[in-house]
Ligand binder design. Structure first.
Ligand SMILES: Cc1ncc(C[n+]2csc(CCOP(=O)(O)OP(=O)(O)O)c2C)c(N)n1
Length: 194
């Protein structure tokens, strides 16, 4: 297992001009990203939506890499999206998934069979042509540049340390500095899409 922030710091070096949907890693990414106008943080939306959103962006912007940091609870809520991605095969879609084996945002409740699920195999079985799994940061760092050069869709499962939140949701410090609408407008402006 490794820390999400450590992994994102490594990813940042290879990001290029990819659009990043930081998912539930957003609160770390906001301090690391050098190109916030190409980031689309969605905050804490309904689970199951991150992948469909990033997949849609990738389909709409085929000449731009789209990198998603999904999470295992989120993906489980809408597992069928893997098959839709695999069918459409967006060559510019890089689907990373943070697996902390629990629902950290809501207090750390355990995800069923968390130690044994192999999400890379689920992605492969759904039809992703390439899928990887990492639980050591060194191995991830070595493989990352090559992964980002491969044709998508690529799936990358990563074991990350749970950072459990126990504060009542209404009392948490908000990490998002922009609304979702602002983030999307900033992206449109950056890409010169009217
Ligand atoms: C449909 C739906 N049910 C419940 C929630 C409340 N909720 C917000 S985050 C979360 C846990 C998400 O788990 P995971 O995707 O594994 O990310 P983590 O919190 O572990 O980083 C839950 C249950 C929600 N946002 N959407």
């Amino acid at each position: 297992m490794f820390k999400t922030a450590d992994m994102l710091n490594i990813f940042q070096k290879y990001r290029g001009d990819a659009i990043v949907v930081p998912g539930r890693g957003g609160r770390h990414w906001i301090n690391i990203s050098q190109k916030p106008k190409l980031d689309v943080p969605l905050g804490d939306p309904a689970m199951g939506g991150h992948c469909a959103f990033a997949f849609g962006l990738a389909m709409a912007l085929p000449h731009r890499k789209v990198v998603l940091f999904d999470s295992e609870g989120d993906l489980q809520m809408s597992l069928g999206v893997l098959m839709s991605v695999a069918e459409q095969k967006p060559a510019n879609f890089y689907h990373f998934m943070l697996d902390n084996e629990c629902y950290a945002t809501t207090g750390g409740q355990p995800v069923p069979n968390a130690k044994n699920v192999q999400y890379d195999l689920i992605a492969k079985g759904s039809g992703y042509p390439r899928a990887f799994a990492f639980d050591e940061l060194d191995a991830f760092a070595k493989a990352l540049p090559d992964i980002l050069e491969q044709k998508g869709p690529v799936f990358v499962a990563m074991k990350v340390v749970p950072e459990v939140e126990n504060e009542a949701i209404g009392q948490r410090k908000r990490w998002m500095t922009r609304t979702r609408t602002q983030a999307i407008n900033d992206l449109r402006q950056e890409l010169r899409i009217a």
